[in-house]
Design a protein around this ligand. Structure first.
Ligand SMILES: [Mn+2]
Length: 296
């Protein structure tokens, strides 16, 4: 095995402006410091943390919020996309550590561009929310409610045309897992496009392992690789508390971790919405390390 095949580069995406409250911009520095300390306190005793290599942290610097921040968020996402595109051509796997979930528009625009000569990618979007608003139908104005619509080509051109004018994913190449809090306009958008959604009630009925298996089978049939974008609010707030927009009755972290063996060699992983300024930050940081180690 070549050394580059073993190393997993990490990009920090320090963005907090697009969430309902600030704080997520502090997550990359915290996780980086835990990794530099060798993660001795991690519950993942057998983990080889040396395979992770922190490359760079990109910061979204605007002091504006909501839609006023959109041009700055788009600039930041373009910068992030340029990095992820480069790394995805050099390494078989990479990790983006957010940041609020708006960073997804940068992460996946770059990775999809890198894989374009090989073929389309599939995306598993793990989230309590659907993130499928556009600037025209958002009630809050928070851009972290828009990344999935943007990646599917809907919304402001500054967000939908990062690196390329084309939609980043075809609707049939996207699967949402864990949704339980949304507006009707988002459900209508995803349904009319034909995006498959596994609701929280489906997870309660079938179990997360069965859903992973089905999702992987569905996406593998028509794509050349699968990526995963995790919004930590998908998990039950008892397990993963320090998130910007917690929603009760989520996925149990233990069940999720136990089922990750179904997800073989993701092309990339993104972990978002960790807000270290909120209570339960230490427990949430541990969850991030566990997810990194099991999914990559
Ligand atoms: Mn989200």
């Amino acid at each position: 095995m070549r050394i580059l095949d073993r190393i997993i580069p990490i990009i920090g995406a320090a963005s907090g402006q697009s969430a309902n409250q600030l704080g997520c911009e502090k997550a990359p520095a915290l996780i980086e410091s835990l990794l530099r300390a060798g993660s001795k306190s991690s519950q993942e005793k057998s983990a080889d943390w040396s395979r992770f290599m922190w490359q760079e942290t990109i910061t979204c610097t605007t002091s504006l919020r909501q839609l006023a921040a959109l041009p700055a968020v788009a600039d930041f996402c373009l910068q992030l996309a340029t990095f992820t595109q480069k790394l995805a051509t050099q390494y078989p796997q990479l990790l983006v550590m957010g940041g609020d979930h708006a960073v997804a528009m940068g992460t996946w625009s770059g990775i999809v561009q890198a894989y374009a000569p090989r073929g389309p990618l599939g995306l598993i979007w793990v989230d309590a929310h659907l993130d499928s608003h556009t600037p025209d139908d958002t009630e809050s104005g928070n851009i972290h409610g828009m990344p999935l619509a943007s990646l599917l080509g809907q919304g402001d051109v500054l967000l939908t045309q990062i690196l390329s004018p084309k939609p980043k994913f075809k609707p049939q190449h996207v699967v949402v897992i864990g949704a339980r809090s949304y507006e009707p306009v988002e459900v209508e958008r995803l349904q009319s496009l034909g995006v498959r959604v596994y609701w929280m009630r489906d997870i309660e009925r079938l179990g997360i392992a069965a859903i992973f298996t089905e999702a992987v089978e569905y996406l593998t049939a028509t794509t050349v690789g699968i990526g995963m974008s995790i919004d930590l609010d998908a998990f039950d707030p008892h397990d993963v508390p320090a998130v910007s927009a917690p929603e009760p009755h989520g996925i149990f972290l233990g069940s999720f971790l136990a089922a990750t063996n179904v997800l073989k060699s993701l092309v990339a992983l993104e972990i978002t919405e960790f807000n270290p300024t909120l209570p339960g930050s230490e427990q949430t940081a541990q969850a991030v390390l566990q997810l990194m180690n099991r999914l990559l």
